[in-house]
Design a protein around this ligand. Structure first.
Ligand SMILES: Cc1ncc(COP(=O)(O)O)c(C=O)c1O
Length: 370
């Protein structure tokens, strides 16, 4: 299919790789492929961008969450509360450290419903892992209040939400530590798997540096059991090139979302926009709407060259792989409702206004006919 409005913008993103390749060629002479100076440089820029004291590069967004939990003292037998509508990686990271994921349902703006957290807390609960899904920001002030009252660690999953904020405070600066993904599909992306953790805690940062590198304090001394999860120097080179564009990337996505919002808010009563909280800056990693006729609209968009997606059609708790958690159909009604009506439209920084208008026109045409 030759898309008129394609979903993946990677060919455009890296269409002129001259500067990156020159940097990699220079790097080849140093052969510092692991933990080279490019990694430290990227960590410094990333921490400055988010506004935290430390950033520690790791092998993926999943590892960022896993190692952040571990560094904050969460481990085997602990329970970690997270959002029922998230991507598998969040729940997988919790399970990987031997902790038990405990799901709570979500708000109409796709993030953990803070009013349901208290009921999910048990004597084994050690942490809350809110997910800033789609580039929305979870209700961090409310979540931090509960965590403070119940003495729980908060680790944020900001894999989809670089530079989102609440009341001007950047998502990712509320909890003890925050994991980001630099996967090719993320707003700040590199040439493979990579991730990064931010924190204001010197202790957590120091543990993360050990955990990502076999627990090695130096070449010869092992301080703790760790992992092999370093951010590759070559990926850091790509990150160093792209990080300068993140503010532009974010603004373009916000502008495209505003065009969609403006058109869809008055197009058809079948479409529902998620509540747009005025104190939240959304960064639209995914631009999602709800439509009762979602499946037919989805097909119509595809047929007319607009590469729409559904994130995600099957709630995690109904997946075979999560059966050991013991949830049953209907446990998360809002997550279920959303899975049936959510639809994602391309909104990335490489789209032209003409392409966004074309996608809007296709949706309009669908409702004219239906
Ligand atoms: C919400 C969320 N959490 C975690 C991850 C894991 O990131 P990665 O794919 O880099 O491991 C992703 C992305 O894939 C994600 O979307």
């Amino acid at each position: 299919m030759k898309w008129k409005v394609r979903f993946s913008y990677l060919p455009q993103q890296f269409a002129r790789p001259g500067r990156i390749l020159a940097e990699i060629r220079r790097h080849l002479k140093t052969c510092q492929f692991t933990l080279g100076p490019e990694v430290a440089q990227f960590e410094k820029s990333f921490a400055a961008m988010i506004g935290t004291r430390h950033a520690v590069g790791v092998g993926s967004g999943t590892d960022a969450l896993k190692l952040a939990l571990k560094a904050a003292g969460v481990g085997y037998g602990d329970e970690v509360i997270t959002a029922a509508n998230t991507f598998i990686a969040t729940v997988g990271a919790i399970a990987e450290i031997g902790a038990r994921p405990v799901l709570v349902d979500v708000t109409p703006y796709f993030t953990m419903d803070a009013s349901l957290i208290e009921a999910a807390i048990t004597p084994k609960t050690k942490a809350i892992l809110p997910v800033h899904l789609t580039g929305e920001a979870a209700d961090m002030p409310a979540i931090m209040k509960i965590a403070g009252r119940r003495n729980l660690v908060v680790i944020e999953d900001a894999c989809q939400a670089i530079l989102a904020s609440i009341d001007g405070k950047t998502a990712g600066t509320f909890g003890a530590a925050t994991g980001y993904s630099l996967h090719p599909l993320k707003n700040l992306n590199v040439w493979g798997d990579a991730g990064i953790v931010v924190t204001n805690s010197g202790g957590i940062a120091a543990r993360l540096r050990l955990l990502r590198n076999h627990g090695l304090a130096n070449r010869d001394e092992v301080e703790i059991f760790g992992h092999n999860s370093r951010l590759d120097s070559i990926q850091a080179i790509v990150g160093n090139w792209l990080i300068k564009q993140v503010h532009m990337i974010t603004q373009k996505r916000i502008d495209h979302a505003a065009m969609y919002d403006e058109a869809f808010s008055k197009m058809s009563s079948d479409i529902r926009l998620p509540p747009r909280r005025p104190n939240v800056r959304r960064v639209y990693h995914l631009y999602m709407i709800e439509a009762r006729k979602r499946d037919a609209l989805y097909e119509f968009l595809l047929k007319n060259g607009v590469e729409a997606k559904i994130h995600y059609p099957i709630p995690l708790y109904l997946q075979k792989g999560l059966a050991p958690l013991g949830y049953k159909m209907g446990d998360f009604p809002e997550t279920d409702r959303q899975a049936k009506c959510i639809l994602t439209l391309p909104a990335d920084q490489h789209l032209t206004a003409k392409q966004v208008r074309y996608a809007i026109d296709v949706v309009r045409e669908f409702y004219k006919r239906n």
